[in-house]
Design a protein around this ligand. Sequence first.
Ligand SMILES: [Zn+2]
Length: 179
Amino acid sequence: MVSKEQIVELMARYFPKCPICGSSDGWEASGTVVKCVQCKSCGAKWASKDFIKCEKLKELELWEASKDERGLDLLHKTHPTEFWQQLEPEDEITIDKRKLFLHEDMNDADIENAIKRYQARAIRFSKTLGATPILLAAIRGVPVIESTKAMLLASIVETNKIIILQNELILRSLKKLNK
Ligand SMILES: [Zn+2]
């Protein structure tokens, strides 16, 4: 029986760095039925039939993407070791929280103000729906149908934001009730 330490050692020999995130934090063995190796940094999991013998690592399957979903396009694909070694790691996706239209630091008043803002925008888009496409067609030669579609989409996006924000307010009042 091959031990978890042996699997980790084999993986580290071929992969000092994680192919998905580029971290050298190392590997952790997991799984009882399917032996997997997991990156300690991003959480991407790997499986290989070569883990059974643990002599040479010829091929590897990405068993699970990283916790922030890097590597999704390569999920459940088996490739030769060389393929994974040559793969460019993906940068971590960082999100500037302040740019999100909803984040946990917003208080109820912030959310209510945001709802008003998006309502005003949605109304503006639908009000100008007839006029703007005709204007754009006259000035820039944009086909009326195309700018009508764009205006409708913009209006739907604003409306969706309103629904999400309203849901957040409902959720918050439900939580208060439960206390
Ligand atoms: Zn990783």
